[in-house]
Design a protein around this ligand. Structure first.
Ligand code: GTR
Length: 363
């Protein structure tokens, strides 16, 4: 049943180079992955900002006995230096004190509030996870500021944005990688198990971050939908014409040319998911989130599976039907759940993501 639906979408092939030649081996895939990442920079998210020459932090505040004495909380400023420029942003770190080298979730947050309705810190640290979190607006403002502020202002080239100029999703993803630069200098966390997580536009960001930075062992896109994990061809709800009209600054200017012309795209969103292979991706979706379209999200994982198989992994383990409320597919390297309710980053989603990470922890 799924096979026919997917064949009818006539999706661009993952295991075929742009010149039509086949991708047969692991080495072929490494080259193909590079091609895919360049294509997605060029057509969707814009080019990656440069990696900094130097990253450093200062501690502005610390509580060694946060959350009933169970957690070390640190409020830092993270400084980056690149191309003779300096860019800094606030970063908050929470380390459960009674766990040796905890796994870490980098949470890209909508709001600076801690805790927040999307970020129940104590419940997460009680599960044994460390959290490192920053607010995306501290990187580049989520509004049309003509790319004058924050990282956007520093990267700006001319007055008019054009072609593959970096969009804000890519900038937020860049910041998540800077948090990894910093975490690598700490010896009280598990460097092998670093995840990036976000909701909605920041779920899209969590996918982009992991696609472009192999140091993320896990990506958790929650309700990421259009231009995140949902296949665009045949998609219900939000489409490129909507998203590029309301949020043109999330993307590079090239992307809008595909509004209403999805069939001409030499890619679709399974390219973004597959670029993370062989690492873990686990998606949260919600049945009433029809704007994101859970069925189209599900299809990405089904088709990305062939790359995982080529790399000798389990891939996506799922039944031959579309998902139903309450489904949790965690057996493979690609995970998926469909919960009741609307667009939101809920406790239920957090618990499923943490279950997945515990189950697949890299030792
Ligand atoms: C919507 C947007 C979605 C999603 C969402 C969000 O307005 O159309 O793509 O990103 O915002 O971030 O909450």
């Amino acid at each position: 049943m799924l096979k026919e639906t997917i064949e009818n979408l006539d999706l661009p092939k993952l295991l075929e180079f742009a010149d039509g030649s086949p991708v047969r081996t692991v080495e072929d895939w490494q080259r193909r992955r590079k091609e895919i990442l360049e294509l997605l920079c060029e057509e969707v998210y814009g080019i990656c900002p440069p990696a900094p020459e130097k990253v450093s932090t200062i501690v502005n505040g610390e509580n060694e006995n946060a959350y009933a004495g169970k957690v070390l909380e640190q409020n830092l400023t993270l400084f980056t230096e690149f191309d003779n420029k300096t860019f800094s942003f606030p970063l908050n770190v929470f380390i459960p004190k009674f766990v040796k080298k905890p796994m870490v979730i980098i949470y890209i947050a909508f709001r600076p509030n801690i805790p927040d309705r999307y970020l129940p810190i104590e419940e997460i640290t009680d599960e044994g996870f460390a959290v490192a979190t920053f607010c995306y607006n501290d990187i580049a403002a989520d509004r049309e500021d003509n790319f004058t502020e924050g990282l956007a202002g520093l990267l700006k080239k001319g007055d008019v944005r054009a072609g593959n100029d970096t969009g804000k999703i890519m900038m937020w993803a860049w910041a998540a990688s800077r948090v990894v630069d910093y975490l690598e200098t700490r010896d009280d966390i598990d460097h092998k198990n670093i995840a990036v997580m976000g909701h909605s536009r920041l779920g899209k960001t969590a996918l982009v971050a992991a696609a472009y930075d192999e140091r993320f062992a896990f990506s958790f896109p929650n309700n990421s939908g259009c231009s995140g994990d949902a296949i665009t061809r045949g998609k219900e709800g939000e489409r490129i014409e909507h998203i590029t009209k309301t949020f043109p600054y999330w993307f590079c200017p090239n992307y809008k040319k595909y509004a209403g012309r999805e069939k001409e795209m030499p890619f679709d969103q399974h390219f973004l998911v597959a670029a993370i292979a062989p690492r873990f991706v686990c998606a949260g979706t919600a049945v009433e989130d029809t704007w994101a379209d859970p069925n189209s999200q599900y299809i990405s994982y089904i088709v990305a599976d062939e790359v995982y198989k080529l790399l000798g992994k389990k891939g996506f383990v799922h039944p031959d039907r579309f998902p139903e409320v309450g489904d949790i597919f965690h057996e493979g390297d690609l995970g998926f759940h469909l919960r009741a309710g609307t667009h939101f980053h809920s406790r239920y989603d957090w618990l499923r993501f943490m279950d997945f990470m515990k189950k697949h922890r890299i030792t």
